[in-house]
Design a protein around this ligand. Structure first.
Ligand SMILES: Nc1nc2c(ncn2[C@@H]2O[C@H](COP(=O)(O)OP(=O)(O)OP(=O)(O)O)[C@@H](O)[C@H]2O)c(=O)[nH]1
Ligand SMILES: [Mg+2]
Length: 411
């Protein structure tokens, strides 16, 4: 069920996506209903007439779940479930969290999902309890016991939240160690980000010969994966594939998945992957841009990668305004060379050129410089080796003794 006090096309698109989410969760969608509303009814969100109508339709179809494309408070869920039983009621956030729960494979992923579930449960629980009280018209006498029970539940949830947070901290410490060794070695990093199902994992596979799970389903990826990527002879970098975004991504999930998102936060350059074939392309870009801002990633260089070129109507290319950009197909391989060139070019903007000369007896230093450089070329002569490399500014002084002076031409 979709509802909104905005335009109809937006509501329909969002509802289609909700259907996709339900299918992804493994459910069969038997029907959908849309209502445009100017104001909400506090107890049930939608008006009584509509509540009855949906109740009848759901009973006719034998629906087990009714999903509302809007946030529901605990009271509202409770009240609606009462009216629509035996069907259960979920809202958009809950179905997204449900999918994450089904997908989570790693220890860290599972902890993060459980944390999101608990954080989601806390406020709803109180609301639901208050809702049931007001329906029963319970007096203060009845309240005491219920209040204690709810407080006990809440205390237990909070306790569990603390335990999970601590476990997550331990896992994250290990991950940080990995990352800091990478950072010490100054390996430049890219992060694939973007709307779910845009083709991030497919691009990762196509560019690195990795074998990351890529599937036509929302949130196929939950755990981040990092691989080496060769952009050019003598250059080295890593690329991280991570969880996708969606419109109205639940905040509890964002909070719980902070560590996963940090993998992208720590990368030098973002690759914002967009599904060029999706009719909702602009809206999806907007959602991702908004999250980029919210996470404070907007000071990083961003390359826009318009993927699924093979499946997109030709005119979609003309709708694209973002720069720098590249059009790709992870499926056919089209545009991947251009993408790698653009990645290298962007990387080179973050680094500075260095020209050094190694006399014959110190030729082996080339290999050390290679480790520091994001790209390197060499020319051998009888006297030694001239190397042209790109380095992050901080590493240049290490090679000062070998640096070729500007204007000198005696090597
Ligand atoms: N036609 C076409 N399909 C593609 C292309 N790239 C990816 N796909 C398909 O799009 C679907 C989603 O691809 P993924 O790589 O899993 O997408 P993702 O962005 O990693 O998605 P999440 O991990 O769910 O966020 C899969 O069915 C891919 O086969 C492409 O260039 N062309
Ligand atoms: Mg993926």
């Amino acid at each position: 069920m979709g509802l909104k006090n905005e335009g109809l096309p937006e509501v329909k698109a969002s509802l289609n996506e909700l259907e996709e989410l339900a299918t992804t969760a493994g459910w069969e969608v038997v029907g959908n209903i849309t209502q445009l509303l100017n104001k909400w009814t506090p107890a049930t969100l939608i008006g009584t007439g509509k509540v009855d109508e949906i109740g009848h339709i759901a009973a006719d179809c034998g629906a087990n779940f009714i999903i509302i494309d809007h946030h529901l408070t605990g009271v509202q869920t409770r009240n609606l479930e009462e009216q629509w039983k035996p069907a259960r009621v979920l809202d958009r956030s809950q179905i997204i969290i449900e999918i994450f729960a089904q997908r989570a494979r790693s220890y860290e992923g599972k902890l993060q999902v459980e944390l999101a579930q608990l954080l989601d449960q806390l406020p709803r629980q109180v609301g639901a309890w208050l809702g049931s009280l007001s329906r029963q018209g319970a007096g203060t006498g009845a309240r005491g016991g219920g209040e204690k029970a709810i407080e006990l539940d809440r205390r237990q949830i909070r306790k569990r939240v603390e335990i999970i947070k601590k476990k997550l901290k331990d896992v994250q410490k290990k991950r940080k160690q990995h990352r800091s060794s990478r950072e010490k070695n100054q390996v430049p990093s890219f992060a694939l980000i973007g709307y779910t199902n845009a083709g991030k994992s497919s691009l990762m596979n196509a560019m690195t010969q990795a074998d990351v799970y890529a599937e036509d389903q929302l949130f196929a990826t939950l755990d981040p994966t990092t691989r080496k990527i060769y952009l050019d002879e003598g250059s080295h970098a890593v690329i991280t594939d991570t969880v996708g975004f969606i419109n109205k991504l639940p905040h509890n999930l964002i909070d719980a998945f902070k560590a996963t998102l940090e993998e992208s936060a720590n990368s030098d350059i973002l690759l914002h992957v967009v599904d060029l074939s999706n009719p909702q392309m602009e809206k999806q870009v907007e959602v991702v841009d908004q999250l980029i801002k919210e996470f404070g990633w907007d000071d990083k260089p961003i390359i826009h990668v318009f993927n699924k070129l093979d499946a997109a109507p030709v005119q979609n290319r003309f709708r694209v305004k973002q720069a720098p950009r590249v059009f790709t197909s992870a499926q056919t391989g089209e545009g991947l060379t251009e993408l790698k060139e653009l990645m290298l070019e962007t990387l080179n903007k973050l680094t500075v050129p260095l020209e050094v000369f190694f006399p014959l007896e110190e030729k082996h230093l080339f290999y050390e410089l290679q480790k520091d450089a994001t790209s390197i070329y060499k020319e051998e002569s009888q006297l030694g080796l001239v190397c042209k490399a790109q380095l992050v500014p901080g590493l240049v002084k290490k090679w000062r003794d070998y640096q070729v002076e500007k204007g000198s031409s005696d090597v």
